[in-house]
Ligand binder design. Structure first.
Ligand code: DQQ
Length: 542
């Protein structure tokens, strides 16, 4: 029997029922965090015409109160759906939403919404001015591919800017920039922020400044923070994946120069090598950090999730900042997640022998937070990597799975494992030699995660940008939450989020083990595993 009920998450955000997708308009306002999300109030599938903005509030990004929908498709300029958008603070501190409406003629247009009562920290009601839409469909853009306004920012010239995704007719996918004096009348800049014919339509653009390499503080979008570096993130419809790149944003010309990267965004970095999409960040003025939200879709078939009555989770909010190499972002679960930690087990200096396993006993493996540091005594025996394998880490994880012995790796964790280990999800590393250096591969292999045959269960993989000759250990943090396994390799240099749907019958006895299938021993210099409490999510706010 498939225990559908047990797939609900305990601390990854989900509404009480129905479908959710993209995070929308996240912000911190008067001491309260707001998360809006694409929500279908009528069922557990996406529906272009009935999609609304769900709304939840929190003081810690962990426990959430549920409010009524913020936006519903009830006006001529959004009659066929309130699609994704973002929040901006006006100079007087009032938040405003820019979002995509699919209007009565089925054209995608950009609209404004204001809080009815900005002095209410919960911002329960939102008002759409009748002068919407503020950015109509341009003549050269496809009517069904013009959407997802970013958070807007003020230039030194006093003009607002916003980025919007557009597919130009018979031409390229572009991230357009619009400028405005008053946030109401917007004019398109002739030059797009980004355009490329390579990847097809891109969605949900996010542009944000980052502090100097290695500095963990986030930056807000407005001057005087004219940062030396910005990050541009795009979601590619065709691959259903998010890509980002570090570059230089020219705030006079409104152009973005990639630093040492190709124009095809599919060659950029990925926030996550697993199953997430449509991510969006915001500046958290309370804790002076930038926080990223992302949507993780279901990986089992639509009729099955319709039957359980819900679909879609949000990843744990992640703090993001520029790594000291200045090229990639580091990501880490927000520290507030640690308030859910209860029972802990720990180990120092354990060893896992070649071909061996070591069980993590004492914490229930369905709601857990595991941090482990593996140390490899020597790098001798690392397998050689050919240049083709370098291009496709996911395929490499498929070829070199957890049970394929190697020189340096595979070693890692087995989680959500049934008592007979027939079902298990493996998260592991393998070190290769390439061009006189070492490359560290991180995989989450779902092929044995469930006996259910109707589930998408690929191996996922990415390289962890780590100099293994200098850093003797590789760290792994895995957050397990019923049907979510979210893993951070090398201190957040590579992240893989996966959806897992156990068929086996146990409750609360899902095993967790460390394993090592390399030819020699692996040292576990540190292991901490916590069982996590359930967060209070969907508490009605009165
Ligand atoms: N989802 C929204 C769109 C966006 C897409 C509609 C990305 O605005 O482009 O639900 O997942």
């Amino acid at each position: 029997t498939v225990r559908q009920g047990s797939y609900r998450t305990a601390y990854h955000f989900q509404p009480a029922k129905n479908w959710q997708n993209d995070p929308n308009g996240p912000m911190y306002y008067k001491g309260v965090y707001h998360l809006f999300y694409q929500y279908n109030p009528h069922g557990a599938t996406w529906s272009n015409v009935t999609i609304s903005w769900g709304h939840s509030v929190s003081v810690d990004l962990v426990n959430w109160g549920a409010l009524d929908n913020a936006l519903d498709p009830d006006s001529p300029f959004d009659a066929n759906g309130c699609w994704s958008g973002s929040a901006t603070f006006l100079p007087d501190g009032t938040p405003v939403m820019l979002y995509t409406g699919v209007n009565a003629s089925n054209n995608q247009v950009q609209n404004l919404a204001f809080p009815k009562n900005a002095s209410d920290p919960l911002l329960r009601e939102w008002i759409k001015p009748t002068y919407n839409s503020v950015i109509p469909l341009p003549a050269d853009v496809l009517n069904d591919n013009f959407r997802d306004p970013s958070t807007a920012w003020l230039g030194r010239d006093g003009l607002w800017r916003v980025a919007v995704s557009a597919q130009i007719k018979d031409s390229v996918a572009s991230t357009l920039i619009y400028r405005s004096k008053d946030f109401r009348r917007w004019e398109r800049n002739a030059e797009p922020l980004y355009s490329s014919g390579a990847a097809g339509m891109v969605e949900c653009p996010d542009l944000f400044p980052v502090a100097e390499p290695g500095i963990q503080n986030g930056l807000d979008l407005v001057p005087p923070n004219r940062a030396a570096r910005h990050v541009l993130k795009l979601s590619v419809m065709a691959t259903h994946q998010d890509y980002y790149v570090v570059g230089r944003y020219d705030d006079a010309a409104d152009t973005f120069a990639l630093v040492g990267a190709y124009n095809d965004c599919r060659t950029w970095h990925r926030f996550d090598y697993g199953h997430v999409y449509a991510s969006k960040s915001f500046y958290d003025a309370g804790k002076k950090r930038r926080v990223l939200w992302s949507w993780a879709n279901e990986s089992d078939p639509e009729p099955v999730y319709i039957a359980r009555g819900w679909a879609g989770v949000q990843t744990v909010p992640r703090k993001i900042w520029l790594a000291s190499d200045g090229k990639q972002l580091l990501q880490w679960p927000i520290e507030e997640i640690e308030t859910l930690r209860k029972t802990r087990v720990g180990l120092l200096g354990a060893e896992v022998n070649a071909g061996g396993m070591k069980e993590i006993i004492g914490v229930a493996g369905t709601q857990a937070d595991v941090e482990v540091v593996f140390e490899i005594p020597a790098l001798d025996g690392a397998e050689n990597l050919d240049p083709n394998q370098l291009l496709d880490p996911q395929r490499l994880c498929g070829e070199k799975g957890a049970s394929v012995p190697g020189g340096v790796g595979p070693f890692g964790l087995l989680v959500l494992a049934s008592s007979d280990l027939q079902e298990h999800t493996s998260i592991f590393f393998r070190v290769f030699r390439h061009a006189g250096k070492y490359k560290v591969l991180m995989c989450t292999d779902l092929r044995r995660s469930t006996k259910r045959a109707d589930v998408y269960k690929p191996p996922y993989g990415g390289f962890v940008d780590i100099d293994i000759e200098k850093e003797s250990g590789i760290s792994l943090r895995t957050l397990i939450d019923h049907s979510v396994v979210e893993s951070y390799g090398g201190g957040g240099r590579a992240v893989i989020t996966a959806r897992v749907y156990l068929e086996h019958e146990e409750t609360n006895t899902n095993r967790m083990l460390m394993f090592n299938n390399r030819t020699g021993m692996v040292k576990v210099s540190k292991l901490d595993a916590w069982e996590l409490k359930a967060a209070n999510v969907n508490v009605p706010v009165v």
